[in-house]
Design a protein. Structure first.
Length: 262
């Protein structure tokens, strides 16, 4: 099934997902099974090898139906892109096929209470000690953070930005689901707290100092691309819906579409 057909198949359910606050787990599995997660990863890394244009069309198709569904593709792709570009061979082998299969869901954890647009101001710390890294801090608005299996965390290590892969099941990790947002209510947003969470040193992604300018930049570039395509799909759906309403709605004996202002 191509992405347009898949999007059409779930279109009737999107409003219910939004009301319930979750894209169902079986839909997430179906998205993964169809090869839509981390879809631009090369086949050698477990992906579908989609071109940028093909990935964009996928995100437009999903964005036109449910922004939360598109957000799933976005965040999974962001983390996969960062690991592909900056990970070691071992990290790529461990994470990329699992991300593409949907065996592992990823969260991108950068924003903090005092660091949103200015990510250089993050206060989450990563302390290296005897083959381990200890992470402490709080991250906000993590897309699909409520159900993520691993977080790509931006932190500061001895004054330098670093990125660390932190598994959600690590002791000291607390996930706080977010409810009641104005939109994307099915995107399983969460705030995540790391209270001296310890991970192996090999969970560091790229050398210290590369965290913001290289790793996070790669992830954000990928994210901006997919969000923009998703917005194009959403705008197309809005236009089609408005045009249909104007063609069908009659006021004062005249269709709205026949009014010059419309």
């Amino acid at each position: 099934m191509d992405s347009a057909a898949f999007a059409d198949s779930v279109r009737p359910d999107a409003a219910d997902w939004d009301a319930r606050g979750a894209v169902p787990a079986e839909v997430v599995k179906a998205v993964a099974h169809a090869g839509f997660l981390a879809a631009d990863l090369p086949a050698s890394a477990g992906g579908a090898g989609r071109t940028p244009a093909e990935l964009g069309e996928l995100c437009a198709d999903f964005g036109g139906v449910c922004s939360s569904l598109r957000a799933l593709v976005t965040v999974q792709g962001m983390v996969a892109a960062a690991v592909l570009r900056w990970g070691t061979d071992g990290q790529r082998a461990r994470w990329l096929p699992a991300l593409a299969r949907g065996d592992v869901l990823a969260g991108f954890a950068a924003t903090e209470p005092g660091a949103g647009s200015d990510l250089s101001a993050v206060t989450t710390s990563a302390v290296r000690e005897a083959g381990r890294v200890r992470v402490r801090g709080r991250k906000l608005w993590v897309t699909f953070g409520e159900v993520a299996d691993v977080f790509l965390v931006l932190a500061a290590c001895a004054g330098r930005p670093v990125t660390v892969l932190v598994e959600a099941g690590r002791p000291g990790t607390t996930v706080e689901p977010v409810r009641g947002q104005l939109g994307m209510r099915a995107a399983r947003l969460a705030h995540v707290r790391f209270d001296d969470v310890t991970v192996p040193a090999e969970n560091l992604l790229a050398p210290p100092g590369f965290g913001l300018s290289h790793v996070v930049a790669t992830a954000l570039d990928h994210g901006r691309f997919t969000v923009a395509w998703g917005c194009a799909g959403l705008a197309e759906t809005c236009l089609r819906t408005a045009a249909g309403h104007a063609a069908d709605r009659v006021q004062g004996g005249t269709r709205l579409a026949d009014l010059q202002a419309v």
